[in-house]
Design a protein around this ligand. Structure first.
Ligand code: HEM
Length: 323
């Protein structure tokens, strides 16, 4: 069946076809599945009304309408996503029993969403900010979410500080300025009172915070995770995404220009690249630490404000993501 949205058709849209439903043979129903034969005339007492509250179809339609604006996410509201596939290049069964990381013939469908953190849904793509890099693997054994950012560390060591961090980075409370920007007074106040954020603020104020393209960003799972193999033996792992196009940024002056001329710059770039068949790719890469080595480091392996230096634990490329 040709997809109206993507008239060109290609191998990827064909492979998505199995997940698409057409409207043939379907009919309008209430949320509970009762067929609706008329959604334009409500039940009335007599010809001129009044409308009757017992008309549950009227009540449901109006209630649904009244609630159809879902509040935007408190963080990562502005984002762009794409479907793709993941293939593992080598059998990792020494490390894990997850099939999508051991079966080299498996092609796992994925959905990736890139985002900024602080701005509202309609804000510019080129804000100086962390970028989200969230990957959902639709594996045969269930969905696996690898939620990441384009920077390898995080601001805080304890989740209880997250609301304070986000309140601080959001616009100033008395005038709701500035939109989608990290470097402003309330944020500097938080940062200067939170020494553990020193590492992350270096990344945030670097060129990483103004990427040239989503296709040219690294991704990091940030936290240290655990892989478990079929024998129940576990290893600690840091997840990395390495873009095949390399890591590139724009200059701050360029970022400000682009924000005015094309606030959808990153969304457009991703859309056009994929439409043109220029499919973005990343390699999945792992830093592995055997469980028994957990305490051999000068820092806590579970501290998300620290990286594991790549010269101590090398980054091993194990598979490819294609959007
Ligand atoms: C205390 C720690 C954290 C808290 C409380 C927190 C909270 C949140 C919340 C509430 C959302 C919005 C979810 C929604 O409305 O659907 C979100 C989204 C997100 N977070 Fe976090 N977060 C934390 C740490 C992190 C870290 C360390 C990373 C990076 C590894 C991260 C990456 C993301 C991404 C990429 C999204 C957007 C996901 C998407 O595109 O669907 N967060 N987070």
């Amino acid at each position: 069946m040709p997809d109206k949205q993507t008239p060109k058709g290609n191998k990827k849209t064909d492979s998505l076809e199995q997940h698409v439903e057409d409207s043939q043979g379907q009919f309008l129903t209430t949320n509970q599945g009762v067929k609706v034969n008329d959604d334009q005339n409500s039940l009335k007492a007599g010809e001129r009304g009044p409308s009757l509250l017992e008309d549950f179809i009227l009540r449901e339609k109006i209630t649904h309408f009244d609630h159809e604006r879902i509040p935007e996410r408190v963080v990562h509201a502005r984002g762009s996503g794409a479907h793709g596939v993941f293939r593992v290049a080598e059998d990792l069964s020494k490390l894990t029993k997850a099939k999508f990381l051991t079966d080299t013939s498996a092609e796992t469908p994925v959905f990736v969403r890139f985002s900024t953190v602080a701005g509202s849904r309609g804000s510019t793509d080129l804000a100086r900010d962390v970028r989200g890099f969230a990957v959902k693997f639709y594996t045969e054994e269930g969905n696996f979410d690898l939620v990441g950012n384009n920077m390898p560390v995080f601001f805080i060591q304890d989740a209880i500080k997250f609301p304070d961090l986000i309140h601080a980075v959001k616009p100033e409370p008395y005038n709701e300025i500035p939109q989608a920007a990290s470097a402003h007074d309330t944020f500097w106040d938080f940062i200067s009172n939170t020494p553990e954020s020193a590492h992350m603020i270096m990344w945030l104020m670097s060129d990483r915070a103004i990427p040239r393209s989503y296709r040219m960003m690294e991704g990091f799972g940030v936290h240290t995770f655990r892989l478990v193999n079929a024998e129940g033996r576990s290893s600690f792992v840091k997840f990395h995404w390495k873009p095949l196009l390399g890591v590139h940024s724009v200059a701050w002056d360029e970022a400000q220009n682009i924000s005015g001329k094309d606030p959808d710059f990153h969304r457009r770039d991703l859309w056009e690249a994929i439409e043109n068949g220029d499919f973005p790719q990343w390699q999945l890469a792992l830093q592995i630490v055997p469980e028994e080595d957990e305490h051999k480091f000068e820092f806590d392996l579970l501290d998300p404000t620290k990286i594991i230096p790549e010269e101590i634990v090398p980054v091993r490329r194990v598979g490819t993501l294609t959007l």
